[in-house]
Structures are given as C-alpha cells and as structure tokens.
Design a protein around this ligand. Structure first.
Ligand code: GLU
Length: 198
C-alpha cells in the first residue's frame, strides 16, 4: 500500500498533490499519477518509476489549472509497474477517475461481469474494476459521487483506501476506506485527504 493525496480548495491542486506525494515517497513505490478536475474536464497523467518521471512529463505537457484533484504512488500487486497500470484509472466515459491503496480480492469476478456488460478495460489491475463500478453507480445515483462510492464499497471484498473524482462534480473529491488508512484534513476554504499523517 502506497501513497494517496486528495485536495479541494483554492490552491493549485497539482502543487498540493505533488508535494504531498513527495512526503509519502519514504514508503517506497513503483509509479505515480495524478487526476485533476479542470474547467475542460478530467485531466490525468501517470508514469512508471519515480515521481520525477511524472514531474518531467507534466513539465513537457502541462495539465490545465485545477483546484480539485488527487495523486497516487503505487506499489504494484496486480499487474506490472507500467504506465498503463499506474493510477489513476479512468472509466469508459473519461470523466471519472479513481486511485486505490490495497487489494480488491473479488476483482476477477467483478471484471468479468463488467466486461460482459460492455465495459472496456485498459489495465491489468484490480483497481480498474472500481472505476467501472463507479461509472455505473454514478449514473444510477443521478450523479452523486458520494452515494456511488457507498454503493460500490458494498460490492468490494478486501482492504482498501479509495479516492475518486468526476468532472461533472467539480468541487468534490470522495474517499472511502476499509481496514486501510485515510486521513482527513479539514481547513478553511480547503480540505485534504491522505493515506498517511505526514
Ligand atoms: N492493488 C492495486 C494495484 O496493484 C493498488 C496497489 C497499491 O496499494 O499501491 O494497482
């Protein structure tokens, strides 16, 4: 289990998330990624290797400004440490992204059902099933990301911390956890989520 940072506020979400991920580097990881909720929709980047690889990629191709977003450092358990398997994982609409620490033990069964129902997968991770489950739950909850997360958690077996964003819910970063840490930092005009107090 590695690093998770989520942010909503008035600062640059990317700056907060990258500096948060740097503080979590001591845990060890094999890839890193970010998702931002921008005025033009969801923007993501993710890279295998150290955080510097992601930062160099962001320097080459900057993402639009955003005040809500999340970042992840991954320690691969399902699928090798590649760009594709790095988090965040995005749903079929390209509007929803999720990051995850832990293991979804029933992911094979979930994936089979989702693929049968027409969802396209692009990674080998256990995590990507959660993105597609959230896609369906977001639609059936009438666009309520928190309710979608509650509904999806009931279908998951395992220990996890999950954080998700949706570009149609711009000021909202949703987190959930089971037997895995998630710290909530409440500020004035800004709030934080992280997998670790540091
Ligand atoms: N099981 C997930 C994966 O392999 C998350 C690993 C982690 O906790 O970083 O992508």
């Amino acid at each position: 289990m590695c690093g998770i940072v989520g942010y909503v506020g008035e600062q640059s979400a990317l700056d907060v998330v990258i500096s948060g991920l740097r503080r979590l580097e001591y845990r060890g990881y094999d890839s890193a990624g970010v998702a931002l909720v921008t005025a033009d929709g969801l923007a993501t980047d993710k890279r295998a290797g150290k955080l510097i690889n992601l930062e160099e990629s962001l320097d080459r191709t900057p993402l639009p400004a955003a005040t809500a977003g999340m970042g992840h450092t991954r320690w691969a358990t399902h699928g090798g440490p590649t760009d594709r398997n790095a988090h965040p994982h995005v749903d079929c609409t390209g509007k929803l992204a999720v990051i995850h620490n832990g293991i979804i033990e029933n992911f094979s069964k979930l994936r089979l059902g989702l693929e049968t129902n027409g969802h396209d997968f692009s990674s080998e991770t256990d995590t990507e099933s959660v993105a597609h489950l959230l896609e369906d739950a977001y639609a059936s909850s009438g666009g309520n990301l928190a309710q979608a997360m509650r509904d999806v958690c009931k279908q998951l077996v395992g220990a996890f911390t999950l954080v998700a964003v949706h570009s149609d819910s711009p000021d909202c970063v949703v987190g959930a956890r089971r037997n895995s840490p998630l710290v909530v930092g409440r500020g004035v005009g800004e709030n934080f989520l992280a997998s670790d107090v540091s």
